[in-house]
Design a protein around this ligand. Structure first.
Ligand SMILES: [Mn+2]
Length: 378
């Protein structure tokens, strides 16, 4: 690898979610994991710990009201003390009685008003914390044929998004996250990337779409979506996780690292991902129900670094030439060659230079950090 690739890997950063550090994230029992964060302060501290261990965290994404506090200035300072910034702010549009039949797309004006005003409150929190991304996911949809007028529901959602966008500043981005099913099962108002792009186009230039890896039907070619949406300037960010069946929120890179690599290959054609925070917001969205949450987050960050490193090794000129020559085998071999390269020694060398633990997971387990955390939070 050359010096430029080295710099790019060394500068690569991702956002970690506060909700990944405390007990949450399953409709079944949420198990008590020793050492898990119990308060907002502990969630911030854990994000800082992952940064201390990996050096590859840029920010901590927050969820309102789960991370609600009376003093956002103090929260911002606490986040900055850990060497991080406040990342995307995620409004909650699924935990109010009024949302039984939807939030931003509800046919009930009171539900829509509540949802819009909550999002505007989140925009105010963004100003106080200097967060630049409002990350919106809505549960709206219907369970039975005839329950909802598809086009009318989409129109109501767009109107609500426009009202929120009106209240945002020019340097703030609205991130629109789609999901093809759940909690509604017959139809979802914001079901796929095309729907999300349509909505973003209706809302404004700073409305972009957010791709959550767990929010697609089986077999969907996510890297192709990434390329197309990037081409039209509407890609805003990612929620990284892994899935086997649906929205499983597993450790990213645990099940299909090749997919992650192929996504980075497409992203590299459009953006310099080593500039974080940058044009594309890279965020983990995971809930670890059986693993130690800090360890699972370290694994996720490391998997992203290793796959990003592999994507930097692709010879893009050679790939284009092989594509032009219709040499299918050569095209595939160029990608496979990069993917099969062991990027762990390279990453370790960078960590050595940065004064970071070469094996962050091992370091967390053997340095006493893990035991002390468990002890302090008993
Ligand atoms: Mn998500």
């Amino acid at each position: 690898m050359n010096e430029q690739q080295n710099q790019m890997l060394a500068n690569f950063r991702v956002e970690v979610p506060s909700w990944g550090f405390s007990r949450s994230g399953t409709r079944f029992h949420a198990f008590a994991i020793p050492g898990e964060a119990r308060t907002l302060s502990e969630r911030i501290a854990d994000a800082g710990l992952v940064q201390q261990l990996t050096g590859a965290v840029s920010a901590v994404a927050l969820h309102i009201p789960w991370d609600e506090t009376s003093d956002y200035q103090a929260l911002k300072e606490q986040v900055e003390e850990t060497g991080l910034q406040v990342g995307a702010i995620n409004p909650n549009l699924f935990q109010e009685e009024l949302y039984r039949f939807g939030s931003l797309a509800s046919s009930d004006p009171a539900a829509r008003e509540l949802a819009v005003s909550h999002c505007l409150e989140c925009v105010e929190i963004m100003r106080l914390t200097e967060s630049k991304g409002l990350s919106i996911w809505l549960p709206d949809g219907s369970n039975y044929p005839g329950q909802m007028d598809f086009a009318a529901a989409f129109g109501r959602m767009v109107e609500s998004l426009q009202a929120i966008y009106e209240g945002m500043d020019d340097d703030q981005t609205m991130l629109i996250e789609y999901k093809f099913f759940e909690p509604a099962f017959y139809h979802t108002v914001l079901s796929d990337w095309g729907t999300a792009v349509l909505a973003a186009q209706e809302v404004g230039p700073n409305a972009k779409i957010l791709v959550d890896l767990g929010h697609h039907p089986m077999g969907t070619n996510i890297e192709a979506i990434v390329a197309l949406v990037s081409k039209f300037g509407r890609l805003g960010g990612f929620h990284f996780n892994a899935r086997k069946y649906a929205d499983d929120d597993l450790t990213t890179g645990s099940l299909n690292p090749y997919e992650l690599f192929l996504i980075f290959v497409e992203l590299n054609k459009f953006y310099d991902l080593s500039q974080q925070p940058g044009e594309i917001c890279l965020v983990l969205d995971q809930s670890h129900n059986v693993k130690c949450k800090v360890e699972a987050t370290v694994q996720s960050v490391t998997n992203l670094q290793l796959m990003y490193a592999k994507s930097l090794l692709v010879d893009y000129d050679k790939l284009r030439a092989a594509q032009e020559a219709q040499d299918v085998v050569a095209c595939e071999e160029i990608l496979k060659g990069a993917f099969d390269t062991d990027t762990r020694p390279w990453l370790q060398e960078i960590k050595r230079q940065q004064g970071l633990p070469e094996e962050p997971l091992q370091y967390f387990r053997t340095s006493g950090l893990k035991e002390r955390r468990i002890e302090a939070r008993r």
